[in-house]
Design a protein around this ligand. Structure first.
Ligand code: ASP
Length: 345
């Protein structure tokens, strides 16, 4: 008897809580939207062949289509984010999943995070080595653990227990990333330095390649996610902004959703993703103005290279970067855009 009362109270409480937990009572909005990035950096035309440009744009399009399809079927914003990011993680072109950069010790340690704007629930993993799709592990942390972030071998063990596909660390290898790693290694050893300088790390790559997606679903809810291999030659255990909620990823239905890419140490210190959303929420700025202030003024002023993608509950989309280029695109209604270079408008 007692038990059933408790159960009933829990059920009622749960129902009430579920209502309260939705922090934004938005009207059902049939217009869905998704915006993605595949990293920002010194991406110049002279560094990419026509074929490479075509191939990379094709994968970006595939990711947009998959995310948009999920949203059009009425799935939640998180499903749109996951659909897009898993495609980018599985592509060798991007610094996430297969194609991730090498650490100083010639291995891969991957970071990812996801956040839901309807209730501010979030999940992240840092430094996973064997989970094929880190964004799925981040989602599992959000859905099936009481925590927000798991790291290292614990995060891999958790993802295995959640039945996510495990791979050898070498699965993430690509020749392009190995060459970049060798280049920094050579320079560092030539200087007999303990660790490479930030300049060496940045020079070794003509792009970063982190991936991210932000989606708006039919119910007007926002979600954002980011996945990365981090930075070439990073020290053991180094964690960048991508798995840090508020730095590399943020989503709040009351303001906006953001996924960032760039020199993570700056993005952490400037809490880039949540700062943009805070400007929208508390200063009533448009998402465009807020992103411009943070990326083109705050970060640019201190040498924080990179960019963000994002959208607000009305479906206003931004793709803002202070670098030469950013792999990027969005799909909303009849609009479909895929771009790489800074001069593509
Ligand atoms: N933000 C990532 C990091 O610092 C790198 C990137 O976006 O390319 O780990």
């Amino acid at each position: 008897m007692k038990k059933s009362i408790v159960l009933l109270a829990t059920l009622i409480g749960g129902a009430v809580m579920a209502n309260n937990e939705s922090i934004n009572q938005v009207e059902t909005n049939k217009t869905v939207a998704i915006v993605i990035h595949g990293g920002a950096g010194t991406i110049k035309r002279e560094n990419l062949s026509d074929q490479q440009e075509k191939d990379i744009k094709a994968v970006l399009q595939q990711a947009l289509d998959a995310g948009h399809q999920a949203l059009s079927e009425g799935k939640e914003a998180t499903a749109g984010v996951i659909a897009a990011i898993t495609i980018l993680e599985n592509s060798p072109f991007f610094n996430a999943g297969h194609g991730a950069v090498f650490t100083k010790h010639g291995k891969h340690e991957l970071d990812a995070s996801i956040m839901r704007g309807s209730d501010l629930n979030a999940g992240a993993v840092a430094g996973v080595s064997y989970t094929k799709n880190p964004i799925l592990a981040a989602e599992q942390v959000m859905l099936n653990s009481p925590h927000v972030m798991l790291s290292g071998s614990g995060a891999d063990t958790f993802s295995k227990l959640r039945d996510l596909e495990q791979v050898e660390n070498t699965y993430f290898d690509t020749k392009f990333r190995r060459d970049a790693w060798k280049e920094v290694d050579r320079k560092t050893k030539a200087k007999k330095a303990e660790t490479a300088s930030a300049d060496d790390i940045l020079a070794a790559e003509f792009k970063f390649g982190t991936v991210g997606a932000v989606a708006l679903d039919q119910n007007g809810h926002i979600a954002a996610g980011t996945s990365t291999g981090g930075m070439t030659y990073k020290a053991w255990g180094r964690v960048g902004d991508s798995p840090i909620i508020g730095a590399g990823t943020y989503a709040d239905d009351r303001s906006c959703g953001i996924s960032a890419t760039g020199h993570g140490e700056f993005f952490i210190r400037y809490t880039v993703a949540s700062d943009i959303c805070a400007r929208v929420r508390y200063q009533n700025k448009s998402i465009e103005k807020a992103a411009d202030e943070v990326i083109m003024q705050e970060l640019k002023g201190v040498g924080g290279d990179g960019g963000v993608i994002g959208l607000d509950p009305k479906g206003n989309i931004i793709m803002t970067f202070n670098t030469a280029g950013m792999y990027r695109g969005y799909k909303k209604g009849n609009e479909n855009v895929v771009q790489i270079f800074g001069d593509e408008k």
